[in-house]
Design a protein around this ligand. Structure first.
Ligand code: CA
Length: 234
């Protein structure tokens, strides 16, 4: 079953957000909608969308502030939608890390094309190349086999719980990149688990006991203190 990509629409004009919501839903995306900057930022951190469509002129904050805040910890694709025609705003948004820019009014096919491109670039940018080609991620003596859903250490299958496998598989998929605690919590236990780092620490301790020679000095899964975990690259 293909995974449906989740798109967050941040737009205070209801006619426009309704239009986009209808178009995206009928194109097979899961859609979330927010009409304010504050709420949108909360939704980004708690619902982990795959892409954000962001209006720059919001009632409570400027959209560029959201881009700035998100880019401090995430490469989540952001497409800016705005009625502003000034080059300056466009450049500012892109400089801050927006992936693309679309000016109102726009048509359905243009919107969908921009979304497809941004999603494609983001998966290419983040998923490591070896994995994308072989379905296997190998670092040192550790091997994650995504097709068979198992992890091997020095050729031996490591007995992992489902959650332990899920954590390793996410980190391996984005090897080299820091994955935040909240992202992992959200992926494994849903938005309600945000901030519950203890449950993650317990799982990580078990994982390290199983795959690391010296769990106190891990070589495969590194801790980024206060931020998250990072899978080592070759
Ligand atoms: Ca607006």
């Amino acid at each position: 079953m293909p995974i449906r990509e989740k798109i967050l629409i941040v737009e205070d004009e209801r006619t426009i957000s309704n239009f986009m919501s209808t178009v995206l839903t009928s194109s097979g995306y899961d859609v979330l909608v927010s009409a304010s900057g504050k709420e949108a930022y909360t939704m980004i951190t708690s619902h982990c969308p795959d892409l954000v469509i962001l209006d720059l002129g919001l009632p409570d904050t400027d959209g560029v502030r959201i881009i700035r805040a998100v880019r401090e910890w995430s490469q989540l694709p952001i497409i800016v939608v705005s009625a502003r025609i000034h080059e300056k705003d466009k450049v500012e948004a892109l400089d801050l890390g927006a992936d693309d820019y679309i000016t109102k009014p726009f048509g359905t096919s243009e919107l969908l094309a921009r979304i497809r491109t941004a999603l494609r670039h983001s998966s290419k940018k983040h998923m490591n190349d070896t994995l994308a080609q072989s379905g296997i991620y190998q670092v040192g003596n550790l091997c994650i086999d995504y097709e068979r859903h198992l992890v091997k250490l020095e050729g031996e299958v490591v007995h992992l719980t489902q959650n332990e496998y899920k954590i390793i598989s996410i980190l391996g998929k984005y090897a080299g990149k820091v994955i935040t605690y909240d992202y992992l919590l959200c992926e494994l236990w849903g938005p309600g688990a945000r901030g519950n780092n203890q449950i993650l620490r317990v799982n990580m301790a078990n994982i390290r006991r199983k795959i690391e020679k010296n769990p106190a000095q891990p070589r495969y899964i590194l801790t980024e203190i206060g931020v998250g975990y990072r899978m080592a690259e070759e």
